[in-house]
Design a protein around this ligand. Structure first.
Ligand code: GLN
Length: 281
């Protein structure tokens, strides 16, 4: 079906944006929870008005998966991928809504959104409350420190006695809790759980904390844009999926078929190359 959304941003400007993105441009997260952004732009040719219109939810500040560009528009790998996937289905995407990451599952359960596209790792815990599509990206965790700083940890144990940050409700948060705080290697007072990783990375740059635990592809993107570097990787073997309500089998099935179609058409690889410069996922 025709989807007027798919060509509305030029690939060049996306890539150029990422390169040019300075400190301020990834932020724009103040007052973000619940903020609605209509990306339909009045274009869409009726897309979004039918009974198969769905609303997507995401949590910007997680580059290159979802972020705000200099114009304040929501862009990223997840945005392009979900739009390409939905364009292969009988559904249409009417709107993107933005939340803090930790609020996305509740928003899905409360019908404020119909699908989560937020680099969300498929976990047994989350599967108790929502369903996931087939995986569309693989990632591990990593530890980010100040670039060229004195503190150069090589393992999680090296974070003992330091100040550590992660984003609330993420698998990175889980790693800090389960592998550092719970076993008593890190004092709970030395652990800050932020509403958004941008705030954690800013605190790292400012010296308020010494390390941030987060998904490796996102850590690498922050390292390209800011005064931070990846110290080491924590192998977690995570896989991202789009989240849907447990009773929404028809949407889940359609998205899985759409994912397969964008992989087979080469569109998946195109989108990946646009946002990751061709590096393997
Ligand atoms: N992949 C991680 C998780 O699912 C982080 C996702 C995010 O912060 N957007 O918890």
């Amino acid at each position: 079906m025709g989807n007027a959304q798919s060509n509305r941003r030029s690939p060049v400007s996306r890539r150029a944006y990422l390169k040019a993105a300075g400190a301020g441009s990834l932020v724009g997260i103040a007052g973000l929870a619940g903020c609605t952004v209509d990306t339909n732009g009045g274009g869409g040719g009726g897309d979004g008005d039918g009974e198969n219109a769905i609303i997507a939810g995401t949590a910007p500040g997680f580059p290159p998966f979802e972020l705000k560009n200099e114009q304040g528009e929501l862009v990223g790998f997840d945005i392009d991928l979900l739009e390409a996937v939905v364009a292969e289905t009988d559904y249409s995407l009417s709107e993107w809504r933005e939340f803090e990451f930790d609020s996305l599952i509740t928003a899905l359960q409360n019908d404020r959104i119909d699908v989560i596209a937020a680099a969300m790792t498929i976990t047994p815990d989350r599967r108790q409350t929502i369903s996931f599509t087939d995986p569309y990206y693989n990632a591990d965790q990593s530890v980010l420190v100040r670039r060229g700083g004195d503190f150069q940890p090589e393992s999680l144990d090296d974070l003992s006695g330091r100040r550590v940050g992660a984003q609330e409700g993420t698998t990175g948060d889980g790693v800090v809790q389960d592998r550092l705080v719970d076993p008593g290697k890190l004092d709970a007072a030395d652990y800050n759980a932020y509403g958004n990783y941008v705030l954690a990375v800013e605190d790292l740059e400012n010296g308020n904390i010494d390390a941030v635990v987060l998904d490796r592809p996102v850590a690498e993107t922050f390292a390209q844009e800011r005064d931070v570097e990846v110290a080491f990787t924590v192998k977690t073997g995570e896989r991202y999926g789009f989240g849907v309500r447990q009773n929404d089998d028809s949407l889940r099935t359609a998205l899985n078929d759409g994912l397969q179609a964008v992989r087979e058409s080469g569109r998946y690889e195109e989108i990946r190359n646009e946002w990751f410069g061709g590096s393997p996922s």
